[in-house]
Design a protein around this ligand. Sequence first.
Ligand code: API
Length: 280
Amino acid sequence: MDQLQRPSGGLGFIKMHGAGNDFVVIDSRAEPARRMTPALARALGDRNRGVGFDQLAEILPHQDADYRLDFWNADGSQAGACGNASRCVADLMLRELGRDRVRFATGRGMLEARHDGGAVHVNMGPPQLAWDQIPLAQEVDTDALPLELTPAAVGMGNPHCVFFVDDAEVVPLEILGPRIENHPLFPQRTNVEFASLTGPDHLRMRVWERGAGVTLACGSGACAVAVAAHRRGLTGRRVVLDLDGGTLTVDWRDDGVWLSGPVARVFDGVLSPDWLAAVG
Ligand SMILES: N[C@H](CCC[C@H](N)C(=O)O)C(=O)O
């Protein structure tokens, strides 16, 4: 039975999901010197060779916050924000610290998360609505981009391009997603959302994520859709969004855009030393 025991010297991780947006969480607080690399993120993100994820979230120590979070896409690129992974890690940390509020540092600055009942709420900060903050390649009206179907651009610490359509269900995401993601208007590429109004303050949305492709949900994307919908006068400031993997709620308040929804801890695992050595 020896060979079925846990290998020592491996790398522990936690697999989680938030509304179907799936993550590998690695806790590097005790070993900040051993940092994630693009090659390791790509290998881990490969659903055949590694574990598979939409994003990897690495927890690191931080002087002025409870922790710091870095986000990696499955293609090995880094993301400045990830709403659902922020909610998942906040759930772990709120439990570990026995608190009802945590502050954490991300690429876009300091964020805050809270618990209540089953849901985890994260304040994703104020939206970026200026063209050069998102960023776009040229000065244009961010609420009406010069592209077919006149989408809106919203930054949530990462870029989003939001299309409002009659029926998000029938949009060929796999074809349109990569075209928009790599359009020259977005110098850092973009996440792409298609949304339709299904009731008062209720939206259906589907997502193509930069660096990850079609995903079942995207928290920052839900925030971007809610902000764009309110700017267009389609909804109020608090909306419910149905995504492929679950339902998220977004509330655009004075202190920032609050994202709420379910989180799930799926399993804890250990990457074997042999696998780690093989992927370099
Ligand atoms: N799933 C994430 C967003 C990942 C964004 C990433 N694909 C990027 O490159 O910006 C979320 O819940 O906000």
